[in-house]
Ligand binder design. Structure first.
Ligand SMILES: *Cc1c(COP(=O)(O)O)cnc(C)c1O
Length: 214
């Protein structure tokens, strides 16, 4: 662990946002150093890596999935995953519903939206598909949609990042108003932009590099 970076992140997020530590490509020992400090939410973007780490590490870790999820990988990750943050299609929601029903689990998910325009990787749905996806998910008994995840634009233009995160916050609040307080998580902000995300009302930051690399 990088104590100084960790302390700063804890101070900045205190009372504001949950910390989801992005542990992709990191060893079990590196993860354990944060576990021992009290952290329980870790995120992976590959199904095989998530499953292997979940098997090797303490069972009270909440594993979040944050990458593009292929439908044929859903069955593998469901038993060990606490939340899928990257729900990006109705088809994927239907596969999650079917597989979760098989193991009698209700799967928490966040819908991933792409609000950053052309200047970033294009994962996530456009905002105008939010209602269709939310209404679909709310009718699925084994899928529990709890909010949204958004990536900031790939730029260091602070103003542009702020615009995208403010748009995300608006989308989140409008969904919460329509569908109720069960819509409770706004996941935005990574190593490079989490402070901006916090200023824009993020409720969960996903931080990897800054916590593991000098
Ligand atoms: C890798 C990743 C992160 C963390 O990025 P860092 O820059 O390492 O903090 C956050 N969210 C998603 C979806 C990621 O893929």
């Amino acid at each position: 662990m990088i104590r100084e970076h960790y302390d700063l992140v804890k101070k900045n997020t205190a009372g504001k946002a949950a910390l989801c530590i992005v542990s992709k490509h990191r060893s079990t020992d590196e993860i354990l150093s944060y576990y021992e400090a009290g952290e329980r939410i870790f995120a992976e973007n590959r199904a095989d890596e998530l499953v292997a780490k979940a098997e090797a590490l303490p069972k009270d870790i909440e594993w979040h999935f944050i990458g593009h999820l292929q439908r044929n990988k859903v069955r593998r990750i469901l038993p060990v995953t606490a939340m899928i943050q990257s729900l990006d299609s109705i088809e994927l929601a239907d596969v999650i519903e079917k597989e979760a029903a098989c193991i009698n689990k209700v799967m928490p998910v966040l819908a991933e939206f792409h609000l950053a325009g052309e200047d970033t990787n294009k994962s996530g749905l456009p905002a105008d598909q939010a209602d269709t996806l939310f209404e679909h998910c709310l009718a699925l008994p084994h899928v529990r949609i709890e909010g949204i995840m958004v990536m900031g634009p790939h730029t260091d233009n602070e103003k542009r990042i702020t615009e995208v995160f403010e748009e995300a916050r608006k989308l989140f609040l409008s969904l919460q108003e329509k569908y109720g307080k069960e819509i409770r998580i706004l996941s935005m902000g990574m190593s490079s932009d989490y402070e901006t995300a916090l200023r824009c009302g993020s409720g969960m930051v996903r931080i990897g590099t800054y916590l593991f690399q000098e």
